[in-house]
Design a protein around this ligand. Structure first.
Ligand code: ATP
Ligand code: MG
Length: 379
């Protein structure tokens, strides 16, 4: 639970000693007891806003027209993590990794198959009515606003629905419109808003009841770079206000820029959980070679992947060419051998660069897949 390199100074006075014991030892004692009240006490002592233990979710559905067969998808495979009060915690993962499923379980919208999760000490299954008023969530998409009403009227409407005191509304709504940068356009109908503006209005709506913990599921998905930057600014402001935030994203730079710690999730499992700086260390022994190639073929990709000194290869398709990103400890020395594998293709540009968090992510996610493949092969 604590980093091994964390240095815990021994306490001096009696009060200091007692608080030291309460802070560092009591939580683990309470945690081992199954009793809910004790778990809540443990979270309180550890100052954790979110505590997730072995959370798992299996979706069951029937497939086939004539011979109906039960299909099970284990979307989340027993994940555990905790988020401290006031922390901005990121869950990063590719499509289908289980991010939304996790957020839906934590926001009481979906029942876990097994495992437990507590938010602010409330169990997400048993304490739903106590928990809901204390959390806010947004999922990517445009639903949940009244397009014929103005931004201001939407916020007034939802405030009344949430039974927020009119005196509080009168102060809070202008404040939120300012926070999300919609003050100037507050009286225009939402149907005339861009996607980014709608998403910012969503955030304002979520903040109406001043939730202590916010869940943002891919808040910048589908937005243009400028709108996405505006969303990140709002998230940063919320972080600076010390709100506890759980943010899911596909975008590495977003997690790097905003989050204190990141859980990398792939196929329902956490493959790494650390600070962005520590995650980057996963690739500190690597260099990255980027090749801009015309007419890049799947055969060439297989040949590159088969080279003994190549760690991972990813390909980004662009309009005019493909960007082939090769991770290798050899760096510049590997270039000529890499080029030799591309016979028939036209190489337009070669760049050798230092690895980024994105490369660490590729290594973590692809590394896990490779391990699985090896395991399957050896059976
Ligand atoms: N209602 C459902 N019924 C059956 N399977 C589902 C359902 N919802 C999600 N899944 C499956 O669960 C897995 C995890 O999906 P989830 O939506 O949680 O992933 P995600 O990380 O949010 O992906 P994305 O980045 O695409 O939003 C996927 O394999 C998905 O197909
Ligand atoms: Mg999702």
């Amino acid at each position: 639970m604590f980093c091994s390199d964390e240095f815990i100074r021994p306490p001096r006075g009696t009060i200091e000693a007692m608080s030291f014991i309460a802070r560092y030892y009591a939580p683990s004692i309470f945690m081992r007891c199954g009793c809910d009240a004790k778990r809540r006490m443990a979270n309180f002592l550890m100052n954790n806003a979110i505590q997730v233990t072995n959370l798992r979710r299996v979706y069951k559905s029937y497939v086939g027209v004539f011979r109906r067969k039960l299909k099970e998808v284990e979307a989340v495979k027993g994940i555990s993590f905790e988020v401290a009060a006031g922390e901005l915690f990121g869950i990063l993962g590719p499509n289908g990794a289980g991010k939304t499923t996790t957020v839906k379980m934590l926001t009481t919208l979906l029942l876990p198959t097994s495992g437990t999760a507590t938010i602010l000490g409330h169990d997400v299954v048993r304490d739903v009515s106590a928990l809901r008023p204390r959390i806010g969530f947004i999922f990517g998409g445009e639903r949940g606003l009244y397009w014929r009403l103005s931004g201001m009227d939407n916020l007034k409407y939802f405030s009344s629905l949430y039974q927020i005191d009119p005196a509080v509304q009168a102060k809070r709504i202008p404040y939120l419109l300012e926070l999300v940068g919609l003050k100037e356009r507050a009286n225009e109908k939402v149907e005339g808003y861009s996607r980014g503006m709608k998403q910012r209005l969503h955030i304002a709506r979520t903040l109406l009841n001043d939730p202590e913990v916010m869940f943002l599921d891919e808040p910048s998905i589908g937005l243009d770079p400028v709108a996405a930057r505006d969303i990140r600014r709002v998230v940063r402001d919320l972080r600076d206000e010390k709100k506890t935030i759980l943010l899911t994203t596909h975008y590495m730079f977003e997690a790097d820029e905003l989050c204190k710690r990141i859980a990398v999730i792939n196929k329902g499992e956490i493959v790494a959980l650390d600070t962005p700086a520590n995650l980057k260390r996963v690739v500190q022994d690597l260099s990255v070679v980027e090749l801009e190639v015309k007419m890049f073929t799947p055969d060439a990709l297989e040949r590159l992947k088969g080279l003994p000194f190549v760690d991972a290869v990813t390909v980004q398709e662009r309009e005019q060419n493909s960007l082939v990103i090769v991770q290798s400890p050899r760096g510049a020395e590997a270039v000529s051998e890499l080029l030799a594998q591309l016979n028939g293709a036209t190489v337009q540009k070669v760049t050798v660069r230092e690895p980024t968090l994105e490369d660490a992510y590729v290594r973590l996610v692809e590394g896990m897949d490779e391990t699985k493949k090896e395991g399957a092969g050896s059976k």
